[in-house]
Design a binder for this molecule. Structure first.
Ligand SMILES: Cc1cc2nc3c(=O)[nH]c(=O)nc-3n(C[C@H](O)[C@H](O)[C@H](O)COP(=O)(O)OP(=O)(O)OC[C@H]3O[C@@H](n4cnc5c(N)ncnc54)[C@H](O)[C@@H]3O)c2cc1C
Length: 358
């Protein structure tokens, strides 16, 4: 689904060749969030003749593609070059370091924003607004002792390391891991964190409810980690984190679980299988992300669902007209290709809505 130019960069306006169509409609669309969903929507709409402004709170566009996914999977220069094409060839304005919010609630990475703009101002100023803000909160470890020092979210671990690599944050802000690390989860977030943490002589133990075949990241990714020396403790959950003030060891228990398409449908602990994994000094938790809309629970007529995602209908319009939402903030964490695809679909509906043909 994602269009890659033969020279290797990501194209967000791939349907319009290499030049911006000259026809302009005199209508303005704001997009909040420059991840794959927001950028795909920007590419589609600029070519249709809309003037598009993308608000991004981080100093660079690209979302998780630039600030989470390891370079070995998506080289950041491919994404950034695609963004430059959007700006320089297609006239999209990308306002970086600029957070749009209704309530000022903070999320991971907000310390890199330099400016805050009120959501209502954006909604009033533009003919349509698309919210594409992703899933930047992480689920915490559901185990006794989860308040001990040395427990980190996988996204924060990856984000801090990327921010330093990109020259946006000093080394002291990176998360420091010990020699023996437990990574919890087997989705892409956990796997990416395990891959980043492996090396430098660390022992990594990936602990997950799923076995290698059921892992949401796919058995290929788990096998790749194993080839790097990572241990996979499958069909297991952490019951208690042991330690005085910081992580020292884990009490784990085996589980029976029904898993379908990477989703755990049922799980039960197996009594008598409790055991202790000694000498663990850090835990990275990658067991799920929570949507982060630019407002608290609800905003005017826009509602969030129980799990945090913005409620949209099949046209990606939230109940409030002229406000649309797209990408992982509506679906929960998915994949780059799916976010890109929903961004395009949403942009089609915005276009039809603004032309009065929806
Ligand atoms: C650690 C990690 C690894 C992953 N690995 C893979 C992988 O290998 N392959 C794969 O296909 N998928 C992977 N995924 C999933 C994939 O990255 C996401 O599905 C995809 O990035 C979602 O796109 P999005 O545009 O909805 O959100 P995001 O990529 O999260 O982009 C949202 C953007 O909105 C910005 N933003 C948020 N709030 C505001 C605000 N209030 N104002 C202004 N800007 C704001 C954010 O800074 C961000 O740039 C991974 C996800 C994570 C977390």
């Amino acid at each position: 689904m994602i269009s890659v130019d033969p020279s290797g960069y990501m194209r967000f306006a791939f349907m319009y060749g290499k030049e911006r169509p000259t026809r302009r409609l005199g209508k303005r669309v704001a997009i909040i969030g420059a991840g794959p969903s927001g950028l795909a929507a920007a590419g589609y709409l600029t070519g249709k003749g809309y003037d598009v402004t993308v608000y991004e709170r981080l100093p660079l566009p690209g979302g998780i593609m630039v600030f989470g996914i390891p370079e070995s999977r998506i080289p950041r220069e491919r994404v950034l070059r695609g963004c430059r094409e959007l700006q320089e060839t297609f006239g999209v304005e990308i306002k970086t370091s600029c957070k749009v919010t209704a309530d000022g609630e903070g999320i991971l990475g907000d310390d890199l924003a330099k400016e805050t703009v009120d959501l209502q101002r954006v909604v009033d100023e533009f003919d349509a607004t698309i919210i594409a803000t992703g899933t930047w909160k992480s689920r915490s470890l559901p185990a006794e002792g989860s308040g001990l020092k040395g427990i980190h979210s996988a996204l924060e671990y990856l984000f801090r390391s990327k921010a330093h690599e990109l020259g946006l944050a000093p080394k002291r802000e990176m998360i420091k891991l010990g020699r023996s690390v437990a990574v919890v989860g087997s989705g892409l977030v956990a796997v990416d964190a395990a891959q980043e943490a492996a090396g430098e002589g660390r022992r990594i133990n990936l602990i997950s409810v799923e076995n290698g075949l059921d892992a949401p990241s796919g058995s290929y990714e788990i096998d790749k980690l194993k080839r790097r020396g990572v241990t996979h403790t499958e069909r297991t959950v952490i019951k208690r984190v042991l330690g005085k003030t910081k992580v020292e060891a884990l009490e784990v228990i085996s589980v029976n679980a029904d898993v379908k398409n990477g989703v755990v449908l049922r799980m039960e602990q197996i009594p008598g299988t409790e055991r202790v994994i000694e000498d663990v000094d850090s835990i990275i938790v990658g067991i799920g992300q929570i949507p982060t809309p630019p407002f608290g629970k609800d905003y005017r007529e826009i509602k969030t669902l129980r799990w945090g995602g913005i409620e949209v209908n099949d046209r990606y319009v939230s109940p409030k007209s002229r406000v649309f939402a797209t990408g992982d903030v509506t679906t929960g964490i998915s994949k780059v290709g799916r976010a890109y695809q929903t961004g395009l679909k949403t942009a089609c509906w915005v276009d039809r809505h603004l032309r009065g043909t929806a």
